[in-house]
Design a protein around this ligand. Structure first.
Ligand code: SF4
Length: 147
């Protein structure tokens, strides 16, 4: 059983989680690392609380109490205009303070975001290839299916 916490970018706080939960069911995007036969459970789902992400100081503790094995920073942090500038800091903090590994991303990046980000300097500037290389390299047909 893999117990998963998800932290969203507060810009998408009204998101119903449709793409994340679909991707988890389909084992796509950052969830492709979990085998189809491995049971998964969402043990926490919250936003960062708004820039600069004060909730990140607190919600991992609740997720840890619920047994979180891993915390995913949702794909919204990667695709936003501009992307979240604190992704590397959030990952470093959560891993150091709570000892829970952090994965950058949840569902596949919708293709329309890739096409726009490819015309912008944001991903280059934020080192997104290092942070979320697997998601950026996802099959484009899969990305298009998440538009
Ligand atoms: S950009 Fe980063 S800090 Fe700001 S609301 Fe989104 S996740 Fe939170």
């Amino acid at each position: 059983m893999k117990k998963i916490g998800i932290i969203l970018c507060d810009r998408y706080r009204e998101c119903g989680g449709g793409k994340c939960f679909r991707a988890l069911r389909e084992r796509r995007g950052a969830f492709s690392r979990y085998a189809a036969e491995e049971a998964v459970e969402i043990v926490g789902y919250s936003t960062c609380g708004g820039c600069p992400g004060g909730n990140v100081e607190h919600v991992p503790e609740e997720m840890a109490r619920n047994g979180a094995d891993v915390i995913h920073l949702a794909t919204g942090l990667i695709v936003g205009y501009p992307p979240c500038p604190y992704i590397a800091d959030f990952k470093a903090f959560i891993e150091a303070a709570f000892g829970i590994p952090v994965v950058v991303g949840t569902h596949p990046i919708p293709l329309r975001y890739v096409e726009t980000q490819d015309r912008l300097p944001f991903w280059e500037r934020t080192g997104m290839k290092d942070l979320a290389g697997d998601l950026l390299a996802e099959n484009r047909q899969v990305m298009a299916s998440y538009d």
